[in-house]
Design a protein around this ligand. Sequence first.
Ligand code: GDG
Length: 453
Amino acid sequence: MARLVIVSNRVPVPRPRERPQAGGLAVALKEALATREALWFGWSGQTASHTGGSPEIVTVGQTTYATIDLSSEDYRLYYTGFANGMLWPLLHYRMGLAEFRREEWEGYRRVNRAFAHSLTPLLRDDDVIWIHDFHHFPLAAALRAAGAKQRIGFFLHVPFPPLPLFRALPQGNILLRELASCDLIGAQTPSDASNLRDALRGAGFDVPVHPFPIGIEAEEFAREAEKAVRGQDARRLADSLSGRALILGVDRLDYSKGLPQRLRGFAALLRRFPEHRGRVTLLQVAPVSRGDVVQYRALRRELDELAGRINGEHGDIDWVPVRWMTRAVPRATLAGFHRIARVGLVTPMRDGMNLVAKEFVAAQDPADPGALVLSCFAGAADELKGAILVNPHDPDEIAEGLNAALVMPASERRARWTGDIAVLRRNSAAAWAEGFLAALAQIGQDAPRAGGA
Ligand code: GDG
């Protein structure tokens, strides 16, 4: 089997004497990496005096991790600037939050060339290269310019907006041209794939673009949840609820996740459905993310204030309606929290997939599962037909969804959960990675031969 070369902005390099960092792409690619030799290349997460140079190499089993540093200047221009300050809001349909600066655009493209320059000497002729996400739109072209002839696939983890919106990006056609150096492009949903295909075609490129919805290892997460509910943290949480129903939210503190809208929706529940007052608790875990981007700092202040206001207005001497945490919680502990929750509340304004929604479903007790209230703008809404779908722009709709979830009889919760867990087991993380890699291996193989029938 060909060696797999993964490229992503961050690389989960295993650190000796530390517990493995389970999460993100590392979880999704676990199976794929277990079955073949692999090289995982990307940024070390460190800044230094220069970008690039020869990578630092760590090999564990069949996987080699190779990372390079970024200069502080490039970190600011490429990562904080163009990737998080321009592309992230644009791809999440939030042009009002996007800021374009020519020097950041240039920094972004320079860092991608530096990636190609450091990666090229490590490549073998029969490697298969799989590039991940919007940090690296220009990378395939930079690798081709350095002579790479290997098969190159690209997966976009976030949404892709319709063409008129994408056109707001100055020089967007250059990014599309560079992306078109790939042999196969994957997106999360059929509509993201079709938006990206239209943009590429509009710029004159006919690369195959298909949906490959990312999954999770549901059985493994369920086992973790079952174990964690007996653990100390989950027991502390369960005891502290005093019999109240738990509504749980878990998200990076990001404006795409609809957190203010969620808190307003919860406040609307308490106002419009007073029978739930004193009987529910919302726990929102929102670890701070991208704290050096100004929009994220403003969001954090807004949420601190909103949570305080709701508690001030609705709280009682023995009841705090909103528990608000900006610290990260260990993954296994979170699995236990999901299992305790009566309602999973996931309200992104736009989300490529949203793995939290899937993790909530996977963690439930089959005999007495909780209900999921899910934004219709999460990619996961395409698959999780048992969720109560809401439009997060309307707090009243969130409140109605929460009420429906809280009063739903156990038989209906079980019926909805049974359908969703079957989908999750089928569309696993392993199936996602193998599906993409099989499609990439197939490119060019099934083209009609000249003169053939
Ligand atoms: C991007 C796309 C797409 C969250 N808080 C804690 C914690 N998490 C974990 C969750 C989940 C992951 O982080 C977040 O994944 P999401 O999919 O929800 O969202 P993004 O980070 O925005 O991911 C998204 C994804 O890529 C994959 O393609 O689904 O649409 O935006 O696994 O559980 N984990 C721990 N502590 C926390 O406090 N340990």
